[in-house]
Design a binder for this molecule. Structure first.
Ligand code: SF4
Ligand code: SF4
Length: 117
């Protein structure tokens, strides 16, 4: 049992979760900050059009909105918070998370964690 993999999120098939960025092209300034900041390879860049392209939507971390937060043009949109919370409740994701805590104490227990170096 794991929280995330390429194909699932808390055991929900990732392709059943519509969570990914959408670029609003007429607001985008083509700065590339979203492309170069996302650690999951969601974006590529269209050099001819000077715009980011969402090439791997299902690699987007469910619930993450980092690229939208840092876009100074407000050119990146996501589904609503209500949408993802509905997914969480419907699929009992909080119970899944609690089970992960119970089964992986060596990984999550604050008394066992060492600072990252
Ligand atoms: S960060 Fe915003 S303005 Fe910059 S390329 Fe991405 S969408 Fe466009
Ligand atoms: S929300 Fe996070 S994971 Fe998804 S595309 Fe933006 S930076 Fe990448």
């Amino acid at each position: 049992m794991s929280a995330t993999s390429t194909n699932t999120w808390h055991d929900i098939p990732r392709d059943q979760i519509e969570w990914h960025p959408t670029i609003v092209a007429d607001r985008c300034a083509g700065c590339g900050l979203c492309v170069t900041s996302c650690g999951r390879g969601v974006y590529a860049f269209d050099y001819a059009a000077n715009k980011p392209v969402v090439v791997n939507p299902q690699m987007c971390m469910v619930g993450c909105t980092t690229c939208a937060t840092i876009c100074t043009q407000d050119a990146i949109e996501f589904p609503s918070q209500g949408y993802i919370r509905h997914i969480i409740r419907k699929n009992r994701v909080s119970t899944h998370a609690k089970n992960l805590l119970r089964d992986n104490r060596e990984k999550y227990d604050v008394t066992l964690r060492k600072p990252a170096v």
